[in-house]
Each structure stands twice: as structure tokens, then as C-alpha cells.
Design a protein around this ligand. Structure first.
Ligand code: ARG
Length: 466
């Protein structure tokens, strides 16, 4: 059995840690991502300890300088991370001892535990990353709005059950995603609000017997307040769970769009053409151009939803307060974060460069009797109850299908055989754009409404610009 070296917590131990245990319990390989937050937290804590005269005032500056030097060492790649030192907190503290000497470095952890320390670091980290993801979402929304504006004239078939339903503006379809991603960004903002309380001062679980000034530390670190219960504060990972849910739903929204991109770029649909730089070829079939990026985003959504489930199961049935299980909170978060960031970063330019095959969409918008509802509504306006109107138009559809015709092939005398309410004014309703413009109420697909929604989306983006 291989044994390791002396630990910072090794006072009561007579036998060194087995190397297998060391490797199994270490988190440094992933929690090193928290280094900046760990250092910021330690600087705020040390400053407060000095101010409160809990440690000698003369120790504060050396501690800060030492911590800043460590930050530089990590950022320049010089820092030697050690598995034997378990996690980011002890890697930093141990190096601090080398720089400022064990006596001064040994005072930093006064009135603090790794339990409130890691709770703090992770909160700070998640808050910062959520803000970054929100910005990426807004960047992506802007691409969607820009596309909606440049393609405002494009009509496409709208679908239900993936069957042609009623014509809609392509811009209206894009703006549906704008609404989803707006909600996603706002959810991330809500999550940040609940992370806005500093857990420092909760100690291992019970609080601290030192006269810590929790509020000033919270303020220095940009929190709006402090947590109210020490047991809860060191064992609460709700913010991680919420963030993972928010990421999951965001990914699910992306997969719905990606699924459409995959369908639309097929020869069968041919609604859009993805830029060559966002597709790949086949090693055997020379003609192939595969929509790998949307497919992969669709595929990667599983990791994000999996991360949410992973974390929830980690937390399930955990007794208060801190348990080592909770160290398993970080990898799912990091993986989900990287997936979401990567997906958003690639979606924006892909949509920006996507070509819209306007004629194909317009032709399809008119196919499949997509204006049938318009004709039924026409009969309703002439006094027929909607259900009867529905039946009349259904008969017209069946007649056209049997004779391989479309609505615009029928003459007025043919229409009159289905109902004597039909008149010449019917013919201004039969084209898809008429059906689109007829949906002229708030939230509808009429050009005038969609133009207004584009305007509102731009105002929204101005108002949230982070
Ligand atoms: N690496 C640990 C984690 O991420 C830090 C907290 C350790 N606390 C403890 N009591 N062992 O959860």
C-alpha cells in the first residue's frame, strides 16, 4: 500500500492516506476551475479578519499579496497542482504557506471551514457563469431577430403534427424561438437572484465563535446579503440544481430548433441551406452534406439533462449538513455549462449564415389546402356556424383531392356547389399571404404584427443589455 505525505488536517492522524484513497477523494482535477473565486473569497475573508482584529492587521497585506501571486501563477500555468492536496482550497492554502510562511498562512482559515468556503466559491462561480450564458442567449436572440427582419417577406407552411396546417411568416416562426430564449435568459437571471447571499461565516455547519463581519465580506464579494441558517448554507445546492434545470430547458429549446434545421435542410423539405462551413461530408457518399452541428446539439442535450438528474440524485436523502457526496456537484455543472456555452456559440453564426429558400417555402405554404381555415372563416362571416363551415370546406378539400386540384383551380360555380354563400370576394383569400395577413391581432402572424414584434424584441434587447 502506497502512502502519501502530511496533510493540512493531519493532526489527529497517525497513518498517512492510502494513495488510492487520495486519488479517489481528490477533486483538484476539476475544482481548479474555482481558483479565481477561491482567491477572491480568501482576500475578502482575510481583510475582514484584520479589520475585526481577529488576526494581526500586519498579516493582511502579506496574505493578499501571496494570494494574488498564486492567482498569477495559476493563470500563467506555473502553478503545480497536487492530488495529495485534494482540492483547490488546500492547494492554494498550502502554496500560500510556502510564499508567506506557515505562521501567517495558517491564520487565513480562522473562522472558516472548507464547507462554507466551497459553498461560497461555487456560488460566486455559478453567478458569474450564468451572467455569461445570459449574454450568449441575448447574442443568439439578436441573430434570430436580425434574420426575422431580413426575411420578413418569406412565407412558410406552419405545421401541427408535422402536417401542413396554416401558412405563417418564417419570421413569425423565428420569433417563437425568441420568446423561448427570452424566458430562458430570464430564468437564469432569477436563479442568480437566489444565489445572491454569502454563506461565509457558516463555518463547518454551526456558524463561528469569532466576531466575523459577515455583511462586509458579502458586500466586498458583490452579494446583496448573507444566508440565514448555517446548516442550510453549507448544504444548500439549490442554485446548482436550478441552473442545471435552466440549462436543460434551454438545451431542449435548442433541440427543437435543431430538429427543424435537420428536417428543413433535407432534400425533401429544402427550406434552408446551411453554410458549408457548418456541415460535414460523408467518407463514402460523395453527394452528402450532413447537418452535424444541429444533430450534435440535439445529441448533447442528453448530457445536460443527465447532469440535472445526476445532481438531484446526489442531493437526494442527504442528511444535514455537509456530506462528501456533495463534491459530486461540480462535474455535472461544469459539463453542462460547457455544453450550453458551446452550443450557443455555434448556433448564432450558423443561423446567421443559413440561407433561406424563399421560393420553396412559399410554394409549400400554398400546398396542402393550407388556406382551408380562411375559407371556413369566410363562411362564418357570411353567417354560417363554424362547424357547418368546417364541413363545407372539408367537402371541397375531398373534391379537390379526388380530382387532383387545388383551391385556386376551382371556379366560382364549382364553389357554389358546396355553399351558396360563396362569392367572387372569396378569391382574395385563397393565397397564403392573404391568410397570413388576416391573422392581424396581437401575437398573430400578419406582417404588420410580426413587424411590431421585431420592433418590441429590439427594444427588449436594448433594455436587458448586460
Ligand atoms: N472538495 C470539497 C467539495 O468540493 C470541499 C469541501 C470539503 N469539506 C470537507 N469537510 N471535506 O465538496
Amino acid at each position: 500500500m502506497k502512502k502519501s505525505t502530511q496533510k493540512l488536517w493531519g493532526g489527529r492522524f497517525s497513518a498517512p492516506t492510502d494513495e488510492l484513497v487520495e486519488e479517489f477523494t481528490a477533486s483538484i482535477n476539476f475544482d481548479k476551475r474555482l481558483y479565481a473565486e477561491d482567491i477572491a473569497g480568501s482576500i475578502a475573508h482575510a481583510t475582514m479578519l484584520g479589520r475585526q482584529k481577529i488576526i494581526p492587521a500586519t498579516d493582511v497585506q502579506p496574505l493578499i499579496d501571496g494570494l494574488e501571486q498564486i492567482r498569477n501563477e495559476i493563470e500563467s500555468g506555473e502553478f503545480a497542482f497536487s492530488i495529495a492536496l485534494e482540492d483547490i482550497h488546500m492547494n492554494i492554502e498550502s502554496r500560500l504557506g510556502e510564499i508567506v510562511g506557515p505562521e501567517i498562512a495558517g491564520r487565513l482559515h480562522t473562522g472558516r471551514s472548507r464547507n462554507d468556503q466551497v459553498a461560497l466559491d461555487f456560488r460566486l462561480y455559478i453567478r458569474r457563469q450564468l451572467l455569461n450564458v445570459e449574454e450568449l442567449v441575448y447574442d443568439f436572440i439578436k441573430v434570430l431577430v436580425d434574420k426575422a427582419e431580413t426575411e420578413i417577406d418569406v412565407i412558410m407552411p406552419g405545421f401541427t403534427h408535422l402536417q401542413q396546417a396554416q401558412p405563417v411568416l418564417f419570421a413569425h416562426h423565428l420569433l417563437a424561438y425568441v420568446e423561448m430564449f427570452k424566458r430562458d435568459a430570464e430564468r437564469l437571471g432569477d436563479c442568480r437572484k437566489r444565489l445572491d447571499y454569502s454563506p461565509l461565516g457558516s463555518g463547518a455547519l454551526a456558524g463561528s465563535s469569532f466576531a466575523l463581519d459577515r455583511e462586509s465580506v458579502a458586500r466586498d464579494l458583490g452579494f446583496s446579503g448573507v444566508t440565514a441558517n448555517s446548516l442550510d448554507a453549507v448544504s444548500d445546492r439549490d442554485g446548482v440544481a436550478e441552473a442545471l434545470f435552466d440549462f436543460s430547458l434551454l438545451m431542449i429549446h435548442l433541440t427543437r430548433f435543431c430538429e427543424e434545421l435537420v428536417l428543413w435542410s433535407s432534400v425533401q423539405f429544402n427550406f434552408i441551406t446551411l453554410s458549408d462551413s457548418f456541415c460535414t461530408g460523408s467518407s463514402i457518399m460523395p453527394q452528402k452534406k450532413n447537418p452535424d452541428v444541429p444533430e450534435l446539439i440535439r445529441g448533447k442535450s442528453g448530457r445536460v439533462v443527465g447532469s440535472l438528474v445526476n445532481l438531484l440524485i446526489t442531493l437526494k436523502s442527504l442528511p444535514l449538513a455537509y456530506n462528501k457526496d456533495m463534491q459530486e456537484d461540480k462535474e455535472p455543472f461544469f459539463d453542462a455549462l460547457d455544453t450550453v456555452v458551446g452550443s450557443l456559440r455555434i448556433m448564432a453564426p450558423m443561423i446567421n449564415e443559413m440561407r433561406v429558400n424563399k421560393e420553396v417555402m412559399a410554394r409549400q405554404a400554398g400546398a396542402g389546402f393550407s388556406t382551408a381555415t380562411e375559407i371556413a372563416d369566410y363562411l362564418v362571416r357570411k353567417g354560417l356556424p363554424f362547424r357547418s363551415a368546417h364541413a363545407v370546406v372539408g367537402k371541397a378539400v375531398a373534391f379537390c383531392e379526388a380530382h387532383n386540384l387545388i383551391f385556386t383551380d376551382l371556379s366560382i360555380s364549382q364553389w357554389l356547389e358546396f355553399s351558396d354563400l360563396f362569392a367572387e370576394d372569396l378569391f382574395v383569400l385563397l393565397s397564403p399571404i392573404d391568410a397570413v395577413d388576416a391573422k392581424d391581432l396581437y401575437g398573430g402572424t400578419a406582417r404588420i404584427q410580426v413587424a411590431e414584434q421585431i420592433e418590441l424584441a429590439r427594444k427588449y434587447l436594448d433594455s436587458v443589455k448586460v
